[in-house]
Write a protein that binds this ligand. Structure first.
Ligand SMILES: Cc1cc2nc3c(=O)[nH]c(=O)nc-3n(C[C@H](O)[C@H](O)[C@H](O)COP(=O)(O)O)c2cc1C
Length: 323
């Protein structure tokens, strides 16, 4: 499982950093995979409100946010960590949040659903200097709408008051332990999922569609990966189009090789569909071979037909192994 941490304090040894580290170290200790984006070090321009994302589904601003979109899509859990500045998140974090409008647009303007939306989780970590009752209200609201934009259910907040100087959080009686505890609570259900790998030749059509259907139908029960024996450079645009006809958002996906999978990632089930003589084998994994034709050089109707066959097969697979 994969957790994305968003770090929003510009201070090198700040309280937010320590709180987020406690959370993410625990995720790693329990076997989760972690990436932290230090938002304060990224070049993320503020949203210009140009409306391009509402028309085209992508933000045209070419900066570090472009690398963040695929990670937001890949994550099972996104942790937004920020100090309170004037009752909101820091400006750097707010710019990042505003740029998630591109994902908001894909859902609400273009009517496309990210397959992870049903089960992805979001959590807020926040710190502030004062003791005010309403200290986290503004940021909680912002976080709620950010998590909705990126397709994550808002699971709540750990907010700590009366922390001003760098290092104050280390003296807090419970904060770091609570962050660790919350990490365990949030990721344990994800860690219990069965691992499924869909493989085809280019990882541009069939295995991408299968993975998306499986994520959408049962991503809470299956940790789904897909790969190709000879990965293409990009996913097939016809495949994106026919999945969009079903309302499924395939943006930000890239073909990957079987060898790109982490060494310790062993699937419980392997479904291959035409990876020819380069199909991998995983001892102990339930293995299925789906006889599905390669649609990459065929017509749009052919692609639709393969999509429907993939959907039907995944449905059967989920009801058989979904437990
Ligand atoms: C520009 C600025 C605005 C701030 N606004 C607030 C605020 O509205 N309420 C509050 O309680 N603390 C406020 N603080 C204090 C920080 O939230 C506090 O020092 C926090 O511990 C900083 O977190 P860090 O160590 O992770 O950077 C502000 C600090 C700065 C620099």
């Amino acid at each position: 499982m994969f957790v994305l941490g968003l770090q929003g304090s510009p201070r090198p040894k700040g309280n937010t950093r320590a709180l987020l580290s406690a959370f993410l170290d625990e995720v790693e200790r329990l076997g989760g995979r972690v990436t932290t984006l230090d938002v304060t070090k990224m070049k993320v321009m503020p949203c210009k409100g140009c409306g391009a994302c509402e028309r085209k589904g992508y933000c045209p601003q070419d900066d570090d946010m472009q690398a963040a979109y695929p990670l937001l899509r890949e994550a099972d859990l996104v942790v937004l960590a920020t100090p309170i500045y004037f009752y909101g998140p820091t400006a750097q974090m707010k710019a990042f949040i505003d740029r998630s409008q591109a994902l908001w647009s894909r859902k609400y303007a273009l009517d496309l659903e990210d397959p992870g939306r049903k089960w992805r989780k979001g959590f807020l970590l926040a710190v502030g200097a004062t003791k005010g009752k309403n200290l986290f209200d503004g940021t909680n609201l912002t976080a709620r709408y950010f998590f909705d934009a990126i397709g994550a259910g808002f699971e709540g907040t750990l907010g700590y008051r009366h922390l001003e100087k760098m290092g104050d959080i280390e003296k807090h009686p419970t904060a770091l332990a609570e962050a660790r505890e919350k990490a365990g609570e949030l990721i344990t259900p994800f860690l219990k999922r069965k691992k499924v790998l869909f493989v085809c030749r280019e990882n541009a059509c069939r295995s991408q569609m299968a993975a998306a259907f499986a994520r959408q139908m049962a991503g809470d029960r299956f940790e789904v990966e897909s790969a190709g024996s000879a990965p293409a450079e990009k996913v097939n645009p016809m495949m994106e189009k026919v999945m969009a006809e079903k309302g499924i958002d395939m943006a930000y996906l890239k073909p990957s090789a079987i060898s790109d999978l982490p060494d310790d990632w062993q699937p419980d089930a392997l479904v291959s569909m035409g990876c020819e003589d380069a199909c991998p084998s995983f001892p102990g994994a339930v293995t299925e071979e789906w006889d599905l034709p390669d649609p990459s050089k065929e017509s749009l109707d052919f692609m639709r037909n393969v999509r429907d066959q993939v959907e039907k097969r995944v449905k059967g697979f989920v009801s058989e192994f979904g437990g």
